[in-house]
Design a protein around this ligand. Sequence first.
Ligand SMILES: [Zn+2]
Length: 225
Amino acid sequence: MRLPNLVCMLCNQYSDTPVCSFCKFDTRFLLQLNYRGNLLRYPAISQQFRHTGYSCLRACGEYVWPFDTLIHNTKFKRCLISPSILANWFVEMCLDDDSLLPDCLLPVPIQLRRFIRRQFNQSTEIARQIGRAIDRPINTDWASRTGGKTQSGLSRAERLLNLRQAFTVQVPEDVHHVAIIDDVMTTGTTADVLARQLRAQNPDIIVEVWAMAITLRKPLTQTRL
Ligand SMILES: [Zn+2]
């Protein structure tokens, strides 16, 4: 993608692309550490994320620079270039030509009061851009975040129960394979709760989770090919 901007949004140096080639070069993609395709195949990653409801996890990189900057810009500054960069990187780095693509993309919903305040759901913007790139529809009505208390001060079990009660999910019609789109995944619990609710309604549905970045508790070492 080329836009007539003259500075890189990450380093403010001259660039005719939104992110300059130097910043892209400095970005550490999981693919470069040989973590490719379904990340659940790697114990170093699968052990860190709850995954009882989905069978495939794809992500671009660790939640550090520049992913934290781009996600922050998407979330709080309503920057429309940032989700487009994240989406392009995701398609380039996480999907192979022979990847079996889902029927539709399902962005993780945010709480209604947050949506009213921000008028923006970062996951929806990212999903929109990915959908455009791979020619797949997005569905924004599949889940709503209705209630749930704030998570702070709750035990692990209480948090899980709280999350399960927080979402109302509806499997879209005529879909057999979906990808839940999240900006950053920290424990995997939210995506897993959503995936389990989809599978509770349709046990045959294939659910993937596509996150732009993941938070890692332990640093990854390069895998051998
Ligand atoms: Zn730059």
